[in-house]
Design a protein. Sequence first.
Length: 65
Amino acid sequence: MARSCAICGKVSMGGFNPQSSGMNRVRAHRRYQPNLQPLLTDEGGTPKKVLACTRCRRTLTKSAR
């Protein structure tokens, strides 16, 4: 199973290492990982532990106005 957010589906993203781009113009590839944290959600009346990104965790804990 790929490491992705169980709520929004955010996955890792490719990019370049900013430390290696300069006068030499050699760009080293790197992978940016989402900040996934364990979260207890209530699915079907039973608590279930899922991995969710911090943005989704923050949105779920906000109170509705």
